[in-house]
Write a protein that binds this ligand. Structure first.
Ligand code: EPZ
Length: 424
């Protein structure tokens, strides 16, 4: 098991290259299943979750070539003409829930698929009922057998009008992908509006799909019979950018986040960070974030995009642990996404949890301690607390970090942080 050891009390100052977005890369890789034409995706981050998605595609019979563009990103060329198996097995899905993204594309192209039911994870129960209801609306027959979703559409999927009762990101992606090659017109209402959904729709449209309305709450899809070969460069990771912005804020430092137009995708986050005391300015190909020296308390409430992102809640909590007063954090997306709070308290934070709300009373100083990561974003919140602490900290179970943050030690070391990975 690997750990990360960090010396606290250092300013994070420097340039941070922002990698491609994990939550764009995963659906875009899965979308390659929709057609036998090749797909070349660039700015794909080097991450464990990306490797898991690639091995899932390989297990279905796809082939792929990964070429390294830099230590932070790869270009992946996928050939999916050879797909001949239609099952996403339990062993893959239990490692990464986003494997569910194979469901819509497999069913739409081959009329059959079996995907293991994901089950819950550290942050919540995470049902996929809305994915299944959306596919049923398109004419699929869905059965749950032996822990698997067994879906068939022998005569192909048919366009339909479907309203999501709840906003779901991967649910929207799954049904949008499936409808791309369904027969007729599909209207999806109350859909997620995340930039990653827009990225997926843009890539599909480049391949010949006819999708409109992406980025609003209604998406209209005119089904096409096939998709053509294309190349596509994925979005920068707004969650990674927000995380490093907080690294500057919590240490009194300054970072230049380089990776394109980040401010547009982070507006609600930036608005809150400005209230806390961070300063933002647009620079060439990115965003400069500078601490004002103040950390003011605020209230935040996580919401679907364009609201404050749940994927930046844990990191923001670390920052507010050092605020000059009391903050309230309400987590409205995941029912169990405060597991980092107990670890932050081991570092001296003063937090009390009541249901979906965390009251965070700022303290003057966090203390270095050995802490344990519980999920991807929680693990970075502990790294952030460790950066600001008065002594060395070790963060255990860093495999969570490797699922979604590329080259953490290098990016932080390049900003002057003393950090090392320890293997036991
Ligand atoms: C995506 O997960 C992201 N993952 C998550 O990022 C992110 O936290 C989440 O969206 C919310 O923004 C990827 O994009 C790969 P949802 P997803 O379906 O799609 C309920 C990270 O750290 N729901 O939008 O699985 C669900 O329980 C990860 O990078 C149902 O009830 O999330 C939740 O309360 C973690 N039934 C809410 O909807 C369903 O069928 C939103 O979940 C589907 C969802």
């Amino acid at each position: 098991m690997e750990k990360i050891r960090i010396r606290g009390g250092q300013r994070v100052n420097g340039v941070v290259p922002i990698s491609g977005a994990k939550n764009s890369a995963l659906p875009l890789l899965a979308s390659s299943i929709l057609s036998g034409s090749s797909l070349k995706l660039s700015n794909i981050p080097s991450l464990l979750d990306v490797n898991t998605m690639l091995s899932l595609l390989g297990s279905l019979g796809a082939t792929y070539l990964v070429s390294q563009d830099s230590i932070y990103s790869n270009t992946v060329t996928l050939e999916t003409d050879s797909i001949c198996r239609y099952t996403a097995p339990y062993d893959t899905v239990r490692k990464m829930r986003a494997s569910i993204l194979a469901l819509g594309p497999l069913l739409a192209r081959f009329g059959q698929c079996k995907v293991s039911l994901p089950g819950g994870c550290a942050i919540g129960v995470r049902p996929v009922d809305l994915h299944l209801r959306g596919l049923e609306a398109l004419g699929a027959k869905v059965e749950l057998k032996d822990g698997y979703i067994d879906a068939t559409a022998r005569d192909g999927l048919k366009g339909a009008d479907f309203t999501f009762p709840l906003v779901t990101v991967t649910g929207t992606e799954n049904i949008m992908m499936a409808a791309t090659i369904a027969d007729g017109v599909t209207v999806l209402r109350n859909v997620a509006q995340e930039p990653e959904i827009v990225d997926l729709a843009n890539c599909l449209n480049r391949r010949g799909a006819r999708i409109s309305g992406h980025g609003t709450d209604v998406i209209v899809i005119h089904g096409v019979t096939s998709l053509k070969e294309a190349e596509y460069n994925i979005l920068p990771d707004r969650v990674e950018a927000g995380t490093y912005a907080i690294a500057a804020g919590i240490t009194g430092g300054r970072v230049d986040l380089i990776g394109g137009n980040l401010a547009d995708f982070l507006s609600s986050f930036i608005e809150k960070m400005k209230q806390i005391g961070l300063c933002f300015s647009e620079i060439e190909n990115g965003l400069r974030v500078e601490s004002s020296g103040e950390i003011a308390p605020i209230n935040i409430s996580t919401e679907p995009y364009p609201g404050f992102p749940t994927d930046l809640q844990a990191q923001t909590m670390a920052l507010l642990c050092l605020a000059d007063g009391e903050s309230l954090i309400s987590e409205n997306i995941w029912e169990n996404r405060f597991m980092h709070a107990a670890e932050l308290m081991r570092m001296g934070a003063c937090i009390s949890i009541s249901g979906a709300h965390a009251h965070v009373k700022g303290v003057k100083q966090l203390r270095g301690a050995p802490v344990m990561a519980t999920d991807l974003r929680a693990s970075f919140s502990l790294v952030l607390a460790a950066l600001a602490a008065d002594d060395y900290s070790t963060v255990d179970r860093v495999y969570h970090l490797d699922r979604g943050y590329c080259c953490v030690e290098k990016k932080l070391a390049d900003c002057g942080v003393v950090i090392e990975r320890i293997s036991e």
